[in-house]
Write a protein that binds this ligand. Structure first.
Ligand code: TMP
Length: 208
């Protein structure tokens, strides 16, 4: 049996660093693992991702955005996630369907049941065994990213990012078994330790 672990959070929360750290630790422990990310992770998905993040001078409607993220996701599941889970690897995905609920529903304001239905269609109901939420205030997260060139999402106003954070916390509270909420203002080392503790628990339970 293999685990499916996803990382979530707002801008500048540090999830990509933590996803990589966990991936390395699994490999060092002799556990076959694969690290991927959304949007993208496949050749087609990377092209969709560029459109979503860097399109300028053309408005992308919220519904189009919802469908494009899910198109990229459906391809990633088919090409990468499912075959690797079936092959016995623990798959780590940097962002997954909860990002769409947080950004396109709580952030953009799309109807929640519609977003959930489209997510379900794209994922075929595949859910993570564990979702790590790196929680940080919108202000602190964006301040960490200020130096870099900003994509369409980073350019959104603070209220948008605050809604995204609230959405994440709401989702985590409604499914506490699946979510691990970690205060992302702690040191990288401390955060990695908290995550590893939970992952090792899950791995040892699988061995029972
Ligand atoms: P990242 O590579 O910085 O994680 O960028 C992806 C951006 O896309 C980030 O701002 C969050 C956003 N996003 C959505 O709005 N919906 C989604 O479903 C996903 C996967 C990402």
């Amino acid at each position: 049996m293999s685990l499916f672990i996803t990382f979530e959070g707002g801008e500048g929360c540090g999830k990509s660093v933590q996803a990589k750290t966990l991936y390395r630790r699994l490999l060092q422990s002799g556990i076959p693992a694969l690290l991927t990310h959304e949007p993208g992770g496949t050749s087609l998905g990377n092209r969709i991702s560029r459109c979503l993040k860097w399109t300028q001078n053309t408005d992308i409607s919220p519904l189009t955005e919802l469908l494009l993220f899910n198109a990229s996701r459906a391809q990633l599941i088919d090409e990468v996630i499912q075959p690797n889970l079936k092959g016995g690897k623990t798959v780590i995905c940097d962002r997954y369907a909860d990002s769409t609920t947080a950004y396109q529903s709580y952030g953009r304001g799309l109807d929640l049941p519609t977003v959930k239905a489209i997510n379900y269609a794209a994922t075929g109901g595949l859910k993570a065994d564990l979702t790590v939420l790196l929680d940080i205030s919108a202000e602190e997260g964006l301040a960490r990213k200020r130096a870099r060139r900003q994509d369409r999402f980073e350019q959104e106003d603070i209220a948008f990012h605050q809604r995204v954070r609230k959405g994440y916390l709401k989702m985590a509270a409604s499914e506490p078994k699946r979510w691990l909420v970690v205060d992302a203002s702690q040191s990288r080392r401390k955060i990695a330790q908290i995550i590893w503790q939970r992952v090792s628990q899950l791995l040892s339970r699988q061995g029972d």
